[in-house]
Design a protein. Sequence first.
Length: 143
Amino acid sequence: MLEEGYAAVSSPRCLRALWAIDIDPRGTAMVVEFMALANHRKTIRAEIAAYAERFREAERAALATVLAARGVDHATLPPVVATVLMSSISRVLVMESALGLSTGHQETLEVVERWLEALEPADPGEPGGPVGPGSPRGWPGSA
């Protein structure tokens, strides 16, 4: 999974690659297990935190490039905020799904897909990108 993360940030379609990894239940399960382990071992906690900081910086740098290429002002959406939003939304969706909760999930996935489509359009051969529903065109919130 670690190699997949670094491959995603260097992918020409890094937003979609990162989202696909973030929304994968296996990755979230691994993160939760590492967090539980880190709770009991300070040395492990420090190592996990150091890795997470390095990876977050790699994500931030990749998203900075994508956002700048699309003309998104970093004051409006700082790249580091985009990384936190992506990982947080995906983690909550996966954890809630594991509990059997789905209220609001489809709507959330559709909003994420609209943002992904606006920032990194799906390839015509992809059926709506990794989140599944059809890809609305245009900037989020537009008709």
